[in-house]
Design a binder for this molecule. Structure first.
Ligand code: GUN
Ligand code: ZN
Length: 426
């Protein structure tokens, strides 16, 4: 059953409550992460009214507020997936190949099926429902080259009240003919999608040159012109994911200082530009060495970073598992990632990366009430292990280590419960 926080109703969720008062990379974990074991979040008209200590929150709400109690649970901001390809659900787990071979062998064949709008809708529905099952309430999504692949995901997101960024892939070379547009057609179709969807409710358009290798210079110019024409839209793409890709880009785009600078030189960097991967970048690109979370988040370097599933190259929807993977990589690189920082990168930090601070990703009053409720006893092992945690940071670490979709007990979007693990989708 949905629990709408309608105009006349305030909804109060009770349980442990996690939020952020600052960036834990900049201000430190203790000064940033806020946890109330006896906490509450009050919601009205789809927005957060108050969050924190239950007694203090309840003192602020009308006596007729509706209350939902979640025992042994953590109420947290809904997760944000900064980069994902919904059309790639049919190839999740098709691995064993380097990037460029993977694109040719699995991805491009799979994306050709989206010429069929009914198929696209079926996958978009599954994709969004999986997001909700995993507590993901905002995502930045790639469609295929087919404009209707974006129409269907926006339509389905709108029906659920979800905040979503999405765009049709721009590709005018180096892919099968069935997946190619032209600079002009890509521009025209993207413009029509912007006019149809951008700023409608919680939806935003992302101009989506897939990566420089599948766009001619003319297409990057057209993408850039469109971005300038429609301020407030996003740009999303890929950069520097593999060495072979880097070398290919050097031959396709000679004369640019770096791969990232190809995008820079075409006017495709800046606020609201979201680039996936950025693994092989140099000092001038990021003011850092190779992509290295600790250094990239150094206070002196203003690089906004968010976590992403990158399905279907990525293999799971769970942001808990994505955080765990980020922690493992950080550990291997010799600078362990504090769990509260991982959590921030999947919520408030991801919101900052998508220029949505104060809108989603946190529990500050006035923000949109997108939340997930995590069950600290979701599995027998999790329940057992949670008995032995000493503090919230250890509890967060344990959720990353042992949690997955089973731990997502409920998901709220704009104050309405849209997923309940024990009841199904509302
Ligand atoms: N680079 C260009 N296209 C893609 C894609 O679909 N997935 C990933 N991971 N990298 C890409
Ligand atoms: Zn990707």
């Amino acid at each position: 059953m949905a629990s709408p926080a309608t105009k006349s109703t305030t909804l109060v969720l009770r349980g442990g409550v996690l939020s952020f008062r600052d960036d834990p990379f900049r201000a430190g974990v203790d000064a940033s992460r806020v946890f109330e074991s006896d906490g509450a979040v009050a919601i009205r008209d789809g927005r957060i009214v108050a969050a924190g200590n239950a007694r203090q929150v309840i003192a602020q709400v009308p006596a007729d507020a509706q209350v939902a109690c979640y025992d042994h649970a953590l109420i947290a901001p809904g997760f944000i997936d900064c980069h994902v390809h919904y059309p790639q659900l049919p190839i999740i787990g098709a691995g064993g190949k380097p990037l460029l071979d993977w694109l040719d062998a699995y991805t491009f064949p799979a994306e050709q099926r989206y010429v069929d709008a009914d198929f696209a809708r079926e996958v978009a529905r599954l994709y969004l429902r999986e997001n909700l099952r995993n507590g993901i309430t905002t995502a930045s999504v790639f469609g295929t080259v087919h404009a209707h692949s974006v129409d269907v995901v926006f339509e389905e997101a709108k029906a659920l009240g979800l905040r979503l960024l999405a765009g049709k892939a721009l590709m005018d070379r180096n892919a099968p003919a069935a997946l190619l547009d032209t600079a002009q057609r890509g521009y025209d179709e993207s413009k029509a999608l912007i006019e149809r969807w951008h700023g409608r409710g919680r939806l935003a358009y992302a101009i989506t040159p897939r990566f420089a290798a599948t766009s001619t210079p003319a297409q990057l110019e057209a993408a850039s012109a469109l971005w300038r024409e429609f301020p407030g839209t996003y740009v999303q793409s890929h950069v520097a994911e593999s060495q072979a890709e880097l070398q290919w880009i050097r031959t396709l785009y000679p004369g640019h200082r770096s791969y990232l600078e190809v995008y820079g030189d075409y006017g495709l960097l800046g606020r609201r530009a979201v680039y996936a991967h950025a693994l092989h970048v140099d000092d001038a690109d990021l003011g850092s060495g190779q992509f290295d979370l600790a250094r990239a988040r150094h206070p002196a370097r203003p690089v906004n970073i968010g976590l992403a599933t990158d399905l279907g190259a990525g293999t799971h929807f769970s942001m808990l598992r994505t955080m765990q993977a980020a922690s493992e990589v950080a550990h291997l690189r010799g600078s362990p990632l504090a769990p509260a920082r991982a959590w921030w990168l999947a919520t408030a930090g991801a919101a900052e990366a998508l220029d949505l601070s104060g809108v989603v990703g946190n529990l500050a009053p006035g923000g949109e009430a997108d939340l997930c409720v995590l069950d600290l006893r979701a599995t027998p092992l999790l329940a057992f292990r949670m008995q032995h945690v000493r503090d919230i940071d250890e509890a967060l670490a344990v959720l990353l280590a042992l949690g997955d979709d089973r731990a997502v007990r409920a998901t709220y979007v704009a104050g309405s419960k849209v997923w309940d693990r024990d009841e199904g989708t509302s």
